[in-house]
Design a protein around this ligand. Structure first.
Ligand SMILES: [Ca+2]
Ligand SMILES: [Ca+2]
Ligand SMILES: [Ca+2]
Length: 188
């Protein structure tokens, strides 16, 4: 989890007040010698700061999920509760430092579903076959390695269904990208 992404999400999407009893302050131990000793000292200092940052990131992640999100592994799913087209949702998630949800395992699919059910709307996934009809890919261009299609899907009705929505049972349907669906973004 990139810290700036979390901070960005905190700032733009929720009225979350963060107070911290823990701060990642530089350990200002005096290095008395040069060379190897100094390098070791710097390494220890950096390791200490890294552990502190990791702890802060973990705390922030828990706070986000507690507030209104869901998670699976190191992925966090958040929504602003609005609906829009695929392209607009794609842009909104990218601007927030995330991407449209792209489940790669059942647990991730379930985490997205849980959030969607809370808002009683079907979301768009990032998976699509816009570039290559019939071949569904993640936003990074890689072919999907996991799928959860509903019966008889994907069916590319009227040859305009190149985006993917998630139904309220967690199953997937290819759908027209111009339809409006719940915006869920994935952060990792
Ligand atoms: Ca097509
Ligand atoms: Ca299609
Ligand atoms: Ca369909």
């Amino acid at each position: 989890m990139k810290l700036f992404q979390i901070l960005c999400v905190v700032m733009v999407s929720m009225p979350l007040v963060v107070t911290s009893t823990q701060s990642c302050q530089h350990a200002d131990k005096k290095s008395g010698s040069q060379g190897l000793d100094e390098l070791n000292h710097k390494r220890e200092t950096l390791e200490q700061e890294l552990r502190c940052l990791q702890s802060s990131v973990a705390a922030l992640k828990n706070a986000l999920v507690f507030n209104k999100g869901t998670s699976s592994g190191n992925k966090i799913y958040l929504t602003n509760g609005q609906t829009t087209t695929y392209n607009e949702a794609y842009t909104i998630c990218a601007k927030a430092g995330g991407q449209l949800p792209s489940p790669q395992i059942t647990e991730e699919n379930e985490a997205i579903l849980t959030l969607a059910l809370q808002h009683k709307r079907d979301p768009f996934l990032g998976i699509n076959d816009i570039g290559d009809e019939g071949t569904f890919r993640y936003p990074n261009g890689e072919e999907i390695t996991y799928s959860n299609w509903a019966v008889d899907e994907p069916n590319d009705v009227l040859e305009v269904e190149d985006c993917v929505e998630m139904f309220s049972d967690g199953k997937w349907n290819d759908e027209n990208c111009e339809e409006k669906r719940l915006i869920i973004c994935e952060f990792s």
